[in-house]
Design a protein around this ligand. Structure first.
Ligand SMILES: [Zn+2]
Length: 498
């Protein structure tokens, strides 16, 4: 060192040169290190993006996949929002990192949103893949990985409207049943209420009580999509359509003289009465539909082509899985070529063994409102990253043609008459023109005859914006019990909503 010092002192110029050259070398070394680190760093980001963006998809398709746990460790489950931006489900994380799934509206959205703590139901199941994936800025995600913090999963915006859901739930009150509403031109489900309900916030604690044999309420069942009820007179929609198909250009001449009952001419034990002892007099197909005349339709039932009726029912999705992302039940229609006269008289008025879900009735109604074309129901609108970026939009439901535009227009006209002169007088208003069909389906429970009260319809008649289906268990009649609930839903959507 001393020698060097001397040299330095003797040859200051060289010293400067030497120092510069040694700096160059170490700069090059540092630059090299930076390149290596940058390469590693960007390589890591690349891998992360690849992993997050592509590899994850295959692993999360199945909600029962054990490898889902990997994502529970990496991501905080995203939120589910209403179409109007309210949080319907979110995950809170406390200081110790303990996560709690919170449902701010408690029982209100229980069946539509579902739960994610005892298995997964509702949108918690249908949207699971999106909620467990994160499109948060990849740099944040890498940082989170390095600091062993979880990234925030994406949020899912549903089609459900908070205000409409509240109105529908309030109108149904504490009665058992369901209210489900949809936009016919898009398939967007706007509201979905089912009673009795449960609180998804405490479903783990309440589980044994909810699933106890003594609990016969079926609180966990989503009656809107899984509940099966005899359709009663709402089935006259299917019967009228079949009658028109069998009598093209001639059904307008249908005439029936209602004296309050129809007796099978070959077996007088087979008698069907009009509701409440009513006598409807001379009717066309349209007025028989508007009056919901059981006698006229029982007679149609005895004359109809059973095989074709079965084919029509199945084309209208009876005995089929319904096209919806959440769990639903198949409606049942058992009529075939071997069905006897009594079965036909009963089936024609929606009694007998025919069973139908409110969702199914809604879909047929929505297709009528939409010129015969069903827009399949959708409950998800879009996926957003936690930083507010739209990741994916789902668009309208797929199309399915259920009937011709002419048939839809004719049946829609019949449904309008139900409101203007028929059994749905509770829906008469100057504010908008509603159309629909009532139903009062009788069933026996514990030796007592009870009535499921139905209304399925749409409004405004000329440019339908909303279709709704209501069923109330143990109600009075469709007109008295279910129609006022539909009225509340229409009123809110068409006149009160801001
Ligand atoms: Zn009658």
């Amino acid at each position: 060192m001393a020698i060097r010092k001397n040299k330095q002192s003797e040859q200051p110029d060289r010293n400067i040169k030497s120092s510069a050259s040694s700096n160059k070398k170490s700069n090059r070394r540092i630059l090299g290190m930076i390149y290596v680190f940058a390469f590693l760093f960007f390589g890591m980001i690349g891998y992360m993006v690849y992993f997050i963006g592509f590899q994850a998809e295959g692993l999360m398709g199945n909600p029962y996949n054990a490898r889902m746990d990997v994502f529970n460790d990496r991501y905080v489950r995203g939120s589910i929002l209403s179409a109007d931006g309210q949080i319907l489900a979110r995950t809170d994380v406390d200081a110790d990192g303990k996560e709690t799934r919170v449902y701010p509206y408690g029982t209100l959205f229980a069946h539509a949103i579902g739960y994610s703590t005892k298995g997964k139901t509702g949108l918690e199941s249908a949207a699971n893949f999106y909620l467990m994936k994160s499109n948060q800025n990849p740099l944040f995600q890498v940082y989170n990985e390095l600091t062993e913090t979880k990234s925030q999963g994406d949020n899912v915006v549903s089609t459900l409207n908070l205000g409409l859901q509240q109105v529908a739930a309030k109108a149904l009150g504490d009665r058992n049943g369901a209210v489900i509403a949809m936009e016919p031109s898009t398939g967007r489900i706007l509201a979905m209420v089912s009673n009795p309900t449960y609180d998804p916030n405490t479903v783990v604690e309440d589980w044994s009580a909810l699933t106890a044999e003594s609990n016969t309420g079926g609180n966990l069942v989503n009656r809107a999509t899984q509940g099966l009820y005899p359709p009663g007179s709402t089935f006259k929609i299917v019967m009228a359509l079949e009658y028109m198909r069998e009598h093209p250009g001639d059904w307008q001449n249908f005439q029936f003289d209602c004296d309050g009952e129809y007796v099978d001419p070959e077996n007088e034990k087979y008698v069907v009465h009009c509701f409440d002892g009513e006598v409807h007099g001379t009717e066309t197909l349209e007025t028989a539909f508007a009056n919901s005349c059981n006698s006229a339709f029982a007679k149609i039932g005895t004359e109809i082509n059973k095989t074709k009726l079965r084919e029509l029912a199945e084309a209208l999705m009876f005995n089929q899985d319904l096209p919806i992302a959440i769990s639903s039940s198949k409606s049942r229609f058992n009529v075939d070529s071997s069905s006897d006269t009594w079965t036909m008289m009963q089936s024609a008025i929606g009694q007998g063994t025919t069973m139908m879900s409110p969702l199914h009735n809604l879909l047929i109604t929505a297709a009528i409102a939409n010129g015969g074309v069903l827009k399949e129901p959708v409950m998800l609108d879009r996926v957003e990253s936690v930083d507010g970026k739209t990741i994916q939009t789902f668009g309208d439901g797929a199309e399915q043609k259920l009937m011709s535009a002419e048939e839809a227009s004719t049946i829609g006209g019949f449904m309008r008459k139900v409101v203007t002169v028929g059994t749905a007088s509770k829906l008469r208003t100057d504010a908008y023109a509603a159309a629909g069909k009532t139903g009062s389906a009788e069933y026996t429970e514990g030796g007592k005859t009870k009535t499921d009260a139905w209304f399925t319809g749409f409004a405004p008649y000329d440019h339908p914006e909303i279709a709704v289906c209501v069923v109330v268990e143990d109600g009075e009649t469709g007109g008295r019990t279910a129609a006022p609930i539909a009225r509340a839903v229409f009123d809110y959507w068409l006149t009160e909503r801001s």
